[in-house]
Design a protein around this ligand. Structure first.
Ligand code: TYM
Length: 342
């Protein structure tokens, strides 16, 4: 059986993109893999976080995992800072990864923006910590949204260089698992931008804790274009959108993808159903399915967050189980690298 590792940052505003691109897939993979799901608080502080909010947001992600259907008995749920092996292995990987590799990371460029000199060093080495998260457990597969693909390629490069440098085959070359109809959910206000936790306008995203009315309002206000919904000729053979269509009608492509993902149908089935509709009608359909699928998760999240002791108990249990896997692997790494254990 393969081993899955994946993580979500506790930076607030957990949204539909996180759910469709990642968390929903975490749930589905549970039967086929040993699964470890982490609230990555060490990653969160690469941008300053209010300490009180960070604790609440850590519980929020744990609640979302459970409310979405991750079973904390079979899968491991914990927060990253509580398993020291992550930070320790990250240091070793800081010494394996090359500056040139990190300089190519597009997420650093996006997040640091024009103020590169002012970004934290942690933000720069963020991908090394991500590689450490995964390889501390020798995970074989990592489910993520499309935006994390480059970081997973770096994880493979780090594993490979470590193996070469120390003449070993210790670390596996991890496979990304990027699947579903919505691997890259875009902003509801601008189809060329990714839906994101940090976007200022709350209308740009559907949060997992939004009420039915908020979901309806955000879909009603979502940007569209004047044309009716497209027919099947906007797809290419592999069932994905024609790139020219996506460029010309990014908002339409995004809303159709979200609909297909929520309804649990393929893009071609969604398009077959909605071809020729006006956006006003389609938005009603989308609202119905969004409320039907998301409202129960949101209300279960609220219920769980009202019982923080129960969430903490789950995180404590997860911490122990995660440590039990990570510690012996880290000891092997010490041995390989040549650290003396007197
Ligand atoms: P984070 O917290 O930004 O996002 C969590 C997951 O949600 C996916 N995602 C999206 N998927 C589709 N459309 C979107 N608009 C969208 N926005 C976010 C992300 O791809 C991710 O899967 N670096 C990671 C956290 C991390 C991690 C790891 C992941 C730390 N260590 C080890 C995997 C393995 C991140 O930024 O997640």
């Amino acid at each position: 059986m393969g081993r899955i590792f994946s993580g979500v940052q506790p930076t607030g505003n957990l949204h539909l993109g996180n759910y469709l691109g990642a968390i929903r897939n975490f749930v589905q993979l549970q039967g086929d893999y040993e699964c470890i799901y982490c609230v990555v608080d060490l990653h969160a502080i690469t941008l300053w976080q209010d300490p009180t909010k960070l604790r609440a947001q850590t519980r929020e992600i744990a609640a979302a995992f459970i409310a979405a259907g991750i079973d904390p008995i079979n899968s491991i749920i914990f927060n990253q800072s509580q398993v020291p092996a992550h930070a320790e292995l990250a240091w070793i990987f800081n010494c394996v990864a090359r500056m040139g590799w990190l300089n190519r990371m597009t997420q650093f460029k996006d997040k640091a923006g024009k103020h590169r000199e002012n970004a934290s060093v942690g933000l720069y080495v963020y991908p090394d910590l991500m590689a450490a998260d995964i390889l501390t457990y020798k995970a074989t597969h990592v489910p993520v949204g499309e935006d994390q693909k480059q970081h997973l390629e770096l994880t493979r490069d780090i594993a490979q260089k470590f193996n070469n440098d120390f003449e070993t085959d210790f670390f596996p070359l991890t496979e990304p698992l990027i699947f579903g109809a919505a691997t890259r959910v875009m902003s509801l206000r601008d189809g060329s931008k990714k839906m994101s936790k940090s976007e200022e306008s709350d209308l740009s995203r559907i949060n997992m804790t939004d009420t039915d009315d908020e979901i309806a309002k955000k879909i009603r206000k979502a940007k569209t274009d004047p044309d009716p919904l497209p027919g099947l000729d906007c797809l290419i053979e592999n069932g994905q959108f024609e790139p020219a269509f996506e460029r010309a009608r990014p908002e339409a492509a995004n809303l159709i993808s979200i609909y297909a993902a929520l309804a649990g149908v393929s893009l071609s089935a969604a398009i077959g159903e909605t071809e020729g509709q006006q956006f006003s009608d389609f938005k009603r359909l989308l609202t119905d399915v969004a409320v039907e699928k998301l409202a129960p998760i949101g209300s279960e999240m609220r219920r769980l967050q009202d019982a923080p002791d129960h969430l903490d108990e789950i995180l404590r249990d997860g911490r122990q189980r995660a440590n039990a896997i990570a510690q012996p692997i880290l000891q092997d790494v010490h041995q390989i690298v040549g650290f003396l254990r007197p």
